[in-house]
Design a binder for this molecule. Structure first.
Ligand SMILES: [Mn+2]
Length: 184
């Protein structure tokens, strides 16, 4: 099985940098996926998002709820961020999120706690969900409306389409999509 994934980001008003940032780090038994919406826009938000990126690359072997607690400490004193994280395995995902980055798997919304990582964060909640072949896992920031349906195509084309269909003109827009696929 092959993980078909893509991160699509469109910065607010075409700015070259923004606070939405996503990544998928391939691991031996799956991947670590993250989608971040740092508070605000532009360079300050971009800096916070890059701090999150660096922290995650340094700590790929930790569970999402543990990582959110770590990030809450790392981002203390910053403007903070909404962060959703998924540890992807061959048949399931472990998921946790704090803030306004939503997640859907197989059409079902996953629990995201309110709050801001780095500021007044509540204890993250770890959810485990089945992740069968050809099931879409989608994360999207609050600059994207809840998708009514998943566009056809692969992760790259479908995520681009989602941003086009449902992305806001007044915020950074970010989408991360992943599914297990049999290699062609
Ligand atoms: Mn936003």
């Amino acid at each position: 099985m092959e993980l078909d994934w893509n991160v699509e980001i469109r910065s607010y008003q075409g700015a070259p940098r923004g606070g939405d940032m996503g990544l998928v780090i391939p691991l031996e038994d799956g991947a670590l996926a993250a989608l971040v919406d740092a508070t605000g826009h532009g360079l300050p938000a971009y800096a916070v998002a890059q701090t999150v990126r660096k922290t995650l690359f340094d700590r790929t072997n930790f569970q999402p709820d543990v990582l959110l607690n770590d990030l809450d400490v790392v981002l203390e004193g910053s403007i903070g961020a909404a962060i959703s994280l998924a540890r992807i395995y061959s048949d399931r995902i472990d998921f946790a999120g704090v803030g306004n980055v939503n997640a859907i798997i197989g059409g079902n919304q996953l629990l995201v706690r309110t709050g801001i990582v780095g500021q007044r964060m509540r204890t993250p909640h770890l959810t485990t969900a089945a992740f069968p072949e050809d099931t879409w896992f989608v994360m999207y920031t609050d600059g994207v409306a809840r998708p009514r349906s998943i566009p056809a195509g692969n992760a790259a084309t479908a995520s681009r389409q989602l941003i086009e269909n449902a992305g806001s003109d007044h915020d950074d827009a970010g989408v991360l999509m992943a599914r297990w696929k049999r290699p062609i």
